[in-house]
Ligand binder design. Structure first.
Ligand SMILES: Nc1ncnc2c1ncn2[C@@H]1O[C@H](COP(=O)(O)OP(=O)(O)OP(=O)(O)O)[C@@H](O)[C@H]1O
Length: 332
């Protein structure tokens, strides 16, 4: 049985935006469907925030067409803000403002606000309404910023860099929360450079790189679109010239990409040799693994710590753009 797709409630066509003549977004088109979690993904500086700020009317676009809930954000910003909630990147509140006061204040901006206390309780903040902003933990601040995005009873919530700076448990808790919000009927635009977050949460993703859309699909569809979807990770037992590795793998038909990554925070490795500390990553089709291991053995190269995995969204992103999307948690 096939169900018809949910109605499109926002549309961006050929969006462009520059800052002081430097292009941030050159060509972004996307659709948002009612009830979905749409991921806007890409590495730092890709143009994700600029895109959603043009979508919500916080920035005025240079070119392109944007329509959200039947309104043009550049023209009808005030009306749109009553219906679209924004949780913005790095939004800081005054240190002494209590969580409950912040909810009351933000609620006062809306014609039909939600009950702030009830919302806080639902987001696990019920016991912290009297806590000053500066006294909240990172996870609680994040919950408050989500509550502030939802206090106007929005139809669409835009959540930007939701879990940046949170520890792994707080990230997972936040993911559960977002699913709950979606199940309550709010359509969500989720800006992230964490591919695991997108893979877990998003119904569809728009991949942006250097101001342009690289791909739009479901996470599974995107992974499947990249040849075969297999990843082989290994190390070499002995230091080996890079050329010898390249030559050994040259004849492996389904190998799409070969990367040698030095250990994290380790010394700069020479690009001409592969040391036993370096991680060797092969990405390619399903029939790549056997022939690749055989080719290494034939060339006298001994692989150790071998792991074959299904391709993740992160791998698909690297293969599609040639660049890494996720920073380390420390960096975040
Ligand atoms: N107000 C601004 N003035 C000048 N340049 C800006 C401004 N805002 C963003 N940029 C630049 O525009 C480009 C796109 O930035 P944007 O914040 O939209 O990307 P992003 O994908 O959200 O990145 P991040 O993940 O780092 O937030 C970057 O090169 C950034 O430095």
């Amino acid at each position: 049985m096939t169900s018809s797709p949910a109605p499109v409630i926002a549309q961006v066509e050929h969006l462009a935006k520059s800052y002081g003549g430097v292009p941030a977004v050159t060509d972004v088109s996307l659709e948002l469907r009612r009830g979905e979690i749409l991921g806007v993904l890409g590495p730092n500086g890709a143009g994700k925030t600029t895109t959603v700020e043009c979508l919500t009317g916080l920035r005025v676009r240079d070119a392109g067409r944007v329509e959200v809930l039947g309104l043009d954000p550049a023209r009808d910003g005030a009306a749109l803000r009553q219906r679209v909630g924004c949780q913005l990147q790095e939004s800081e509140l005054p240190a002494k403002l209590r969580a409950g006061e912040a909810l009351d204040l933000y609620g006062s901006f809306y014609d039909d606000p939600a009950d702030g206390r009830e919302l806080a309780a639902r987001l696990g903040l019920g016991g912290h309404l009297d806590t000053p902003y500066a006294g909240l933990s990172g996870g609680q601040k994040q919950r408050l910023s989500i509550a502030l995005a939802l206090v106007g009873n929005p139809e669409v919530a835009v959540l930007d860099e939701l879990t940046t700076g949170l520890d792994p448990q707080a990230r997972r808790d936040t993911w559960d929360l977002i699913e709950q919000v979606r199940d309550d009927g709010v359509t969500i635009v989720l800006v992230t450079h964490f591919m695991d977050e997108a893979e877990r949460l998003c119904d569809r993703v728009v991949l942006i790189d250097q101001g342009e859309v690289v791909a739009t699909d479901t996470p599974a569809g995107l992974i499947a679109s990249v040849q075969g979807g297999q990843v082989l990770r290994l190390r070499l037992a002995t230091t080996t010239p890079r050329r010898a590795l390249d030559e050994a793998l040259q004849a492996v038909d389904e190998l799409a990409e070969l990367r040698v990554t030095p250990p994290q925070a380790g010394p700069e490795t020479s690009p001409t040799v592969v040391t036993p500390e370096d991680e060797v990553v092969l990405r390619g089709g399903r029939e790549m693994v056997g022939p690749a291991l055989l080719a290494l053995a034939r060339a006298g190269l001994e692989p150790v710590d071998v792991a074959a995995e299904r391709m993740t969204l992160e791998d698909a992103f690297v293969t599609l753009t040639g660049r890494t999307a996720s920073p380390s948690y420390q960096e975040a």
